[in-house]
Design a protein around this ligand. Structure first.
Ligand SMILES: Cc1cc2nc3c(=O)[nH]c(=O)nc-3n(C[C@H](O)[C@H](O)[C@H](O)COP(=O)(O)OP(=O)(O)OC[C@H]3O[C@@H](n4cnc5c(N)ncnc54)[C@H](O)[C@@H]3O)c2cc1C
Ligand code: FES
Length: 262
């Protein structure tokens, strides 16, 4: 087969529904300070909300993990916060550019959770539009640091939005008083996840760690789960709050991770 055709054919990993595919960018849309990258889906499975894909483009050596934000027909949507070399390269992609996509990887949110309430902070909103769609518009609470960042809240039209200094855990605490059985499904910065975990140990938290491979080979993503260092890409990235140690920068120092990739 011609080399070009070979590159277009997805490679399936045994025992997983993850595939590696070389795909074309359809567009890149500014959503406040974030970029919503639209990529053709090819034959990739969008997976469960909260699962992630490894995205690589030139000139990056290593791929970067990104949650799936939207799964429209024939398309994958990724919401990107351009904070460094990799995310800036992804946010700069133009229609027609090529990108390597590997996934879906890890474990997503439990879609059968009791009385789910979606909770997001900042770029932690990324997996939540797909989650909200899958849960048919479950209640959602979002917190942002500024009006400019809160523009992304429009991706979840039914969400209640708060802006700093109001923390998203304030409306969440009220929600849990009126609905104590509710299960928070949360994604956001570590202090927010730590606070959600203190409010509800039965919450599910989408955690982050530096990831070089995304499928368990490099051990770069080790975090403390059940009191031991475990690979977040294999155990998570969504983990039951009661199992996960989330460093809270507001009150405690960061523990050192094992083998952070270059
Ligand atoms: C499972 C998973 C899903 C993710 N989903 C998204 C998403 O949908 N959208 C999105 O914008 N980002 C997401 N991220 C975070 C994103 O992968 C990192 O921001 C990115 O890899 C940083 O690469 P960089 O080269 O741009 O920045 P770098 O130059 O490597 O770092 C820029 C800044 O980000 C910090 N940083 C780097 N990696 C991480 C990380 N994994 N977690 C926390 N801080 C980090 C660095 O300390 C530095 O301050 C996700 C991460 C994981 C693990
Ligand atoms: S990212 Fe390589 S083991 Fe998790």
């Amino acid at each position: 087969m011609h080399r070009h055709d070979d590159r277009r054919r997805p490679t399936r990993l045994r025992g997983m529904n993850a595939q590696l595919a070389h795909l074309r960018v359809r567009g890149n849309e500014a959503i406040g300070p974030y970029s919503l990258l639209h990529v053709e889906r090819g034959q990739l499975d969008p997976g469960v909300p909260g699962q992630f894909f490894m995205l690589r483009t030139e000139p990056l050596l290593l791929p970067r993990p990104m949650s799936l934000c939207m799964a429209r027909a024939g398309e994958l949507g990724f919401l990107i916060d351009p904070t460094g070399k990799g995310t800036e390269a992804l946010a700069r992609l133009d229609p027609g550019d090529r990108i390597t996509v590997f996934g879906p990887l890890g474990h997503g949110f439990p879609l059968d959770a009791t009385d789910p309430v979606i909770v997001g902070g900042g770029i932690g909103i990324a997996p939540l539009p797909y989650l909200s769609e899958s849960l048919r518009g479950a209640p959602a609470l979002l917190g942002f640091r500024s009006d400019a960042h809160a523009v992304a809240g429009a991706l979840l039209p039914n969400a209640e939005i708060v802006i700093d200094p109001v923390r998203v855990t304030e409306p969440l605490a009220e929600h849990l008083v009126s609905r104590p059985e509710a299960t928070p499904l949360a994604c956001g910065p570590e202090p927010m996840l730590a606070a959600v975990g203190r409010l509800a140990s039965h919450a599910w938290l989408a955690h982050e760690a530096p990831m070089a491979c995304g499928y368990g080979a490099c051990f770069g993503c080790a975090v403390r789960i059940d009191g031991e260092l475990k690979r977040l890409c294999v155990e998570g990235p969504t983990v039951l709050a009661g199992r996960l140690y989330v460093p809270d920068h507001d009150s405690s120092p960061l523990p050192s991770a094992v083998g952070v990739p270059a």
